[in-house]
Design a protein around this ligand. Sequence first.
Ligand SMILES: [Zn+2]
Length: 273
Amino acid sequence: MPRKRTTRHRSPVKRPKEKKISQLSDRERELLSIHLDENIIESKRKIVHRTIVERSTNIGEGNFDRIDASDLKLLFDLYDREFFDNYFSVNHPRIVDFRVSTRMTRAGGKTTKERKGYTIALSSHLLERSFRNDHNEIKVNGKVCHDRLDAAMRIMEHEILHLHEFLLFGVSSCGKHRFKELGRNYFGHTATKHELRKREDIPEPDHDFRPGDIVLFDHGGNRIEGKITRITRRATVMVENKKGPYKGQDNKRYVKYYVPMRFLLLSNKGTDQ
Ligand SMILES: [Zn+2]
């Protein structure tokens, strides 16, 4: 349970509505029932890997030196075609922007809700530092990756799952059962972590949460939304509350929570910037 500094005030909660399965369309429910066999997943992944090497202007081999946004788009489109029968391009065309981040040093990827659509970012920082010489096998999402493209694909799979949950349910959390089940059924994932910084032996949070991110967490049976103001071992999350003891620059009152990172969910409102 996240520790709450002030206990006397009940917070008024602005909760993004989570859609129920009964509210989904037939096509969406059909997607949720996908359960691919391990061999099928592997053969689809091989097609994606091969096609990227064939078509990308940057990536000529699995251990590429450079990856850019156009590669991520190509990767996403190939996954859409191979695994989702073009569900994303048909039902949500141009909803995602892609970005390669040189600054993300902990998370392999990140999916953010923007004012219009979403951004999927992958960390080139982590990818470039892996598979140099002694790192020939690194696990991402519980699966062994043999080269950088393989690892980038695994990270993209994780971000596609986030996008998929956001689009269907309005919220997404890779710590929760539903995400893990979808990961298993679509891609055979057995974990949600990566080992791209194995050498430093630091446990990897899935997301690079940053101050300014709007996050959700459960407290006392309620789902609470707030903004991260500081990150140390835990995140400091300020939650709007008329009776809160803290006054923000916006003149609103807030209650402060200290929340372990693993309890945080990224709100579909994304980053408050
Ligand atoms: Zn995640």
